[in-house]
Design a protein around this ligand. Structure first.
Ligand SMILES: *Cc1c(COP(=O)(O)O)cnc(C)c1O
Length: 481
């Protein structure tokens, strides 16, 4: 399998890359995102075989089957070992890894949040940690991951990379702005290769520092600076697996269809659903659920994609979906436009830079969003979130987090009779305890391993929003070892 950029135009005879070449890369050199040259097709017989694999050998074995269709530059035995090491009951809390939880007739939650940081990002990041360690050892290289986080991504990255050989993580976060629980999760890590940097500023200051370092190409090359952001293809690929696992658990035969509702921000999670559907998984609808930051809902309703400015980006009670643009969306639009790289480059390069928006409302491709690709959307607000958390608790005795609540709210509006609807549970309520308390007047349960983490010693250095200071830190740490 080879990979191409969403901005590759045919005439330029674009370079095609293999999986391990793009594994440690971010954007393609032309500014596009990597996608496989084609989506492998899963026949009825293969899907039946995967059913048996999942039921008899488990999630890791299913992951190996799916990943091997996209990764042909890691020997099969090694890839299998990486999957086996990643998806264990010990790390993810249950043998099923992503168990379904019944809410009511035709409505299920797929639990993706029982990993080390209690959010679905662990599903992909844990695999990425093992893939990075494997590939860096093979090349005899090192990597310094530099990131900015306001919560979920940073902690998932640290828990995936802690103790991994060849990798250091430098994670900036806005000083004093994360919840006590989130700070405790990250800052209590004592691993020598994890560096928590609390920046005196807001999240945008952290992000600007990361960008400034990455734009210094000499520094970037010399110190092997990399990222783990959501546009990484390996992260997306890891997520494809749980769409299959959810489908297999919800159905008995391949003639049945299911729909998924996905709480969405950067379009990474639901884009994996799109890939699964393109491979032939019988998915009826992919329902994109947004919060008040409704960039994506607006597109699927109107055909207009309009990036928001910072004044227009709301701070909500489902903060991991507070985005101004959806960084993975370009992948879907590339497919929607019949894989026209030149047009994709024009929309996401020229038009967004010039006007901050593009309009496909009069393009015949737009009608295919629902018809051919199964995409529909809805949105949710703070009041909806509170009502949905309350409703799930009082009617079903199930406590959900604020992001999952956005999903359940929209799923209830969009589900169709006879088609099971699976809502992806993207975090556990304890991570967003304040809003859950507002809804229910009680504290969410805390998994045993997190009892008292706020009292643990913390390992964090406070820094001004100073690019030279963070460069000096990275350089000093690299020279140490
Ligand atoms: C990251 C995140 C999301 C959004 O996922 P995308 O892949 O960015 O669409 C939703 N919920 C939670 C809890 C998250 O951490």
């Amino acid at each position: 399998m080879k990979y191409l950029s969403t901005r590759a135009s045919g005439s330029a005879a674009p370079e095609r890359k293999r999986f391990c070449e793009i594994l440690l890369e971010g954007l393609a050199p032309d500014g596009g995102l990597y996608l496989p040259e084609h989506y492998p097709q899963v026949s009825d017989a293969t899907l039946s075989q995967w059913r048996t694999v999942y039921h008899t050998q488990g999630y890791a074995a299913l992951a190996f089957e799916i990943l091997s269709l996209y990764i042909d530059d890691i020997p099969a035995a090694d890839l299998r070992a990486i999957c086996d090491k990643t998806y264990t009951a010990e790390v993810f809390g249950t043998g099923e890894i992503v168990p379904l939880r019944h809410l009511e007739d035709g409505l299920w939650l797929e639990a993706l949040s029982n990993g080390p940081t209690l959010a679905f990002k662990d599903m992909a990041m844990q695999l990425l940690g093992n893939l990075f360690e494997y590939e860096l050892a093979r090349r005899g290289e090192e990597l310094n991951i530099l990131g900015a986080t306001s919560g979920d991504t940073g902690s998932a990255a640290e828990y995936a990379m802690r103790g991994k050989k060849g990798v250091r993580v430098f994670m900036t976060s806005p000083f004093g702005r994360m919840s006590a629980f989130q700070q405790a999760q990250m800052f209590s890590l004592m691993d020598a290769n994890i560096y928590n940097i609390a920046v005196k500023g807001v999240f945008d200051d952290c992000q600007d520092m990361v960008k400034a370092v990455s734009n210094d190409l000499d520094f970037k090359r010399k110190y092997k600076i990399g990222t783990v952001n959501s546009i990484n293809w390996a992260r997306l690929l890891a997520q494809v697996v749980y769409y299959f696992a959810g489908y297999i658990q919800a159905t008995e035969t391949n003639s049945q269809k299911v729909s998924f509702t996905v709480p969405s921000g950067n379009f990474g999670n639901v884009c994996a659903g799109h890939v699964a559907r393109m491979m032939g998984l019988p998915i009826e609808q992919l329902v994109v659920a947004t919060n008040e930051n409704d960039v994506l809902d607006e597109f699927f309703r109107t055909g207009v994609y309009r990036v928001r400015g910072s004044a227009d980006t709301h701070e909500t009670s489902s903060p991991s979906m507070d985005i101004s643009k959806a960084s993975n969306f370009e992948r879907f639009v590339f497919d929607l436009l019949g894989r026209d790289g030149a047009r994709t480059a024009d929309l996401f390069g020229a038009q967004l830079a010039k006007a901050g928006r593009f309009d496909l409302s009069r393009d015949p491709a737009f009608v295919h969003c629902a018809e051919r690709y199964g995409f529909i959307s809805g949105k949710s607000t703070h009041a909806d979130r509170l009502a949905t958390i309350r409703d799930c608790w009082t009617r079903h005795g199930v406590m959900i987090d604020t992001h999952t609540a956005d999903g359940v709210k929209v799923a209830l509006e969009k589900r169709k009779p006879g088609v099971p609807m699976l809502v992806l549970e993207t975090a556990l309520p304890i991570k967003f305890a304040e809003t859950v308390y507002e809804a229910l007047g009680r504290e969410p349960d805390r998994p045993a391993k997190f009892v008292g983490i706020e009292d643990l010693p913390k390992r964090v250095q406070v820094m001004d929003a100073d690019v030279d200071a963070i460069k000096a830190l990275i350089a000093a740490e690299c020279q140490k070892s």
